[in-house]
Design a protein around this ligand. Structure first.
Ligand SMILES: *Cc1c(COP(=O)(O)O)cnc(C)c1O
Length: 353
């Protein structure tokens, strides 16, 4: 605390990211990173980059990357916005589209960065409770609002909301922006990008951090109507003209060009998820059906924080949110085959001892 701070800094409640431990050899299943590493073509793009070019500023519009993304989704590059991770894209959305007179709406159990942006940009919000099975009920969003946002699949539940549900939400809600945060869409969901041409108030965000295994490079994007993209561009150009560096742009393009690697690694994660679900169920966990690269689970008898600590003592890190309704749940990222085996064997020892 300091008297030199801007008044708002005293009020901020910053997001707490999952831990990035400095210790080696941990089985790290706490931040939904991809176990398989980026596309070799993306890595080659960085290695072959002419380092002397780094004296130049990057393309402020990252237009080649936008084009690669637009080609992949069959949209116009003018419908694409890119940023330094989707967290930055989300920040610009809250700033540029959600500062409205009515409160914005999002689920009570959801990505914990949303309320943080509301604090930063002084946006009112109302939490809409998931039902008892932790499902988003879109009818509950039929009220006056300044915007709606939810992840699909939801985080941390992993549950996927069918596109026809999103479609009916959009039919009812035409006077504010609806954002579908698709950070995990490639692990078995169906993207709402196919709906953007029908709904000028729909914005879909995605990231290269999860399914394309480039969390360290920081690339996220939004796809929607050109008028929404223009708002984000205006905010971006009033904040940082060069959110993506030259290496990120080069590797991002290469990642979108390597579809075979992308599909193969997503399939491996999906298959491992089935193995992990079977193993956890056999150990007495209730597992929420997941379309993401993590599972959200509750043991029928054991306490979640005791299990999280027991795992940690054996070098396996999972995420435990100390939030009322979900305090008995653990969020466990799907790792590689070896990580998953280790997870299940440590849990087996903890539960049967
Ligand atoms: C991981 C995640 C993000 C942020 O992704 P970055 O592109 O790495 O900033 C956004 N939304 C949700 C729901 C996430 O889980």
């Amino acid at each position: 605390m300091s008297r030199f701070w801007s008044p708002i800094v005293h009020e901020l409640e910053p997001y707490v990211p999952g831990e990035q431990p400095k210790v080696a050899n941990l089985v790290k299943l706490n931040t939904n990173e991809n176990p398989y590493g980026p596309s070799p073509k993306a890595l080659a793009a960085i290695q072959s980059y002419d380092g002397d070019q780094l004296r130049l500023y990057p393309d402020p519009d990252a237009s080649d990357l936008k084009q690669a993304i637009a080609d992949y989704y069959h949209v116009d590059s003018q419908q694409v916005f890119v940023g330094n991770g989707s967290d930055e894209v989300l920040a610009h959305i809250f700033h540029g589209l959600f500062q409205q007179s009515a409160p914005i709406l999002f689920p009570d159990i959801s990505y914990s960065f949303y309320p943080v942006y509301c604090g930063l940009y002084r946006i009112d919000y109302a939490l809409i409770a998931l039902d008892d099975a932790l499902v988003i009920n879109t009818a509950d969003y039929a009220r006056v609002n300044g915007g709606i946002i939810f992840p699909n699949p939801n985080a941390p539940t992993g549950r996927f909301l069918e596109l026809d549900e999103i479609d009916s939400l959009l039919k009812r809600n035409t006077d504010s922006v609806v954002v579908v945060d698709e950070a995990y869409i490639d692990f078995g969901g169906e993207s709402a990008i196919t709906l953007v041409d029908r709904y000028p108030n729909l914005l879909v965000t995605q990231t290269l951090s999860k399914s394309r295994s480039l969390a360290g490079l920081r690339i996220g994007y939004a796809i929607g109507h050109v008028d929404l993209i223009e708002a984000l561009t205006r905010v971006k150009d009033s904040f940082n003209s060069y959110p993506l560096d030259s290496l990120a742009i080069a590797a991002g393009i290469a990642a979108f060009e390597d579809n075979a690697y992308f599909e193969d690694t997503c399939q491996r994660v999906i298959q491992s998820r089935e193995t992990v679900v079977t193993g956890l169920t056999a150990l007495g966990f209730d597992v929420i059906p997941s379309a993401a690269n993590f599972v959200f689970v509750r043991h029928q008898r054991e306490d979640a924080s005791v299990l999280a600590e027991g795992l940690r003592a054996q070098g396996v890190i999972v995420r435990h949110f100390k939030q009322d309704r979900i305090v008995q749940y653990l969020r466990i990222t799907i790792g590689n085959e070896q990580d998953n085996q280790r997870l299940l064997s440590v849990l087996h020892d903890l539960i049967t001892d």
